[in-house]
Design a protein around this ligand. Sequence first.
Ligand code: THU
Length: 143
Amino acid sequence: MPDPAANRPQPSPDAIQDLLRVAFAAAELAHSPYSKIKVGAALMSTDGQVFAGCNVENASYSLTLCAERVAAVKAISAGVTRFESIAIASSLDSPMMPCGACRQFLTEFAPDLFVVVQGKSGPRFQARLGGLLPHAFGPRDLD
Ligand code: THU
C-alpha cells in the first residue's frame, strides 16, 4: 500500500529544533515523582500553533498521563484537531519512543503526523506516525 505521507515535505531542521526546544521546556514541568523521568511533548497544528504537554504521574500509578496525550488533549479541547508534527523530549539519554496508547491516540487525529524524538544525548529518531503504528485501527474502521 503506498504511503500517503511519502511525498509530504517534512518540517525544516529549524522548525524541528524549535519544536524540540518547546518539548524540552515542557519536560521540566513533568510531575513524575515515581519514575523520575521527565517527558515533554510539543504538538504543532497545521496552522502553526504549538501545544505543549508533560507527563503527569499519580500515586495510583495507572492514572498516569503521557506527555503526548496531555499535549493532544490541550489542543483538541482548544478546538484544534489537525496536526503536522510532534516533538517528544525526555530526560533519558536515548530517545523515549511514544507508547502504543499515545500512537493510537494521535492516529485518530493525524495518521501522517511527523514524529521526532530526542533524549538528552544520543541519536534523534524521526518517522511518520503511520510507520510507528502500521495497519492502525482508526475511525474509518467503524464505518
Ligand atoms: N511516558 C510519556 O510521557 N510518554 C510516553 O510515550 C511513554 C511514557 C511517561 C509516563 C511515565 O510518567 C513515564 O514516562 C514512565 O513510563
